[in-house]
Ligand binder design. Structure first.
Ligand code: SF4
Length: 193
């Protein structure tokens, strides 16, 4: 199935526990003020990508613990994202997913029940600029909730209590930044080909 893709970082330690394949979908109608990815709002930008090919790319990346799906809004293309998540989980990777919809809102959306069955950890809720998160790692604002949908992760995991990091990556296309710059205690350089 085709999904609308904004960008990929194939091996990052700044978007969830362990080394992860991070995928940002393109398109979000929620448009939270202060969103750090406004270039991912328009649903007709980015590029079309095949879920199975993306899953194969993630599964072929050595040493990964899981994938993180960010956006953009994964809940607005739930079937295509579910395809991707089901395939990577079948290959042994964990799935962390960010949605601006609350879990209850997400459940009412087409395809989302299937998607949620393929997710280990959901971070839900709109980004609220007036409520910046300073204590919980990998979250943007204090209203957001971590839903541990399977036993794969729990708050007892010490990685959830560590400081945020940001990665700077120098590629042929220039310098890219990912992670949580506003709350980062550490900066890590990664090299990509
Ligand atoms: S839901 Fe996420 S991607 Fe969409 S506007 Fe809010 S913070 Fe940005």
């Amino acid at each position: 199935m085709q999904l609308r893709l904004a960008q990929i970082v194939a091996d990052t330690e700044a978007e969830g526990p362990g080394r992860r394949f991070a995928l940002w979908v393109q398109g979000c109608s929620l448009r939270c003020p202060g969103c750090c990815n406004p270039e991912m709002f328009a649903a007709d930008k980015g590029r079309a990508a095949d879920s199975a090919e993306l899953a194969a790319q993630a599964l072929a990346t050595a040493g990964l613990e899981g994938v993180s799906v960010l956006g953009g809004e994964p809940g607005e293309q739930a079937e295509a994202v579910a395809d991707f998540c089901e395939m990577v989980r079948a290959g042994g990777l964990s799935v962390m997913l960010y949605s601006g919809y609350t879990l209850a809102e997400l459940r009412a959306r087409p395809g989302a029940e299937r998607l949620l069955k393929a997710v280990d950890l959901l971070v839900d809720g709109r980004y609220q600029q007036s409520l910046p998160e300073t204590r919980r790692r990998w979250l943007g604002s204090t209203n957001q909730v971590m839903h541990f949908l399977t036993p794969r992760y729990s708050l007892a995991d010490p990685r959830f209590a560590s400081a945020n990091t940001v990665e700077l990556r120098l590629t042929r296309d220039g310098l890219t930044i990912n992670g949580w710059p506003a709350a980062a205690d550490g900066v890590r350089w990664r090299t990509s080909r």
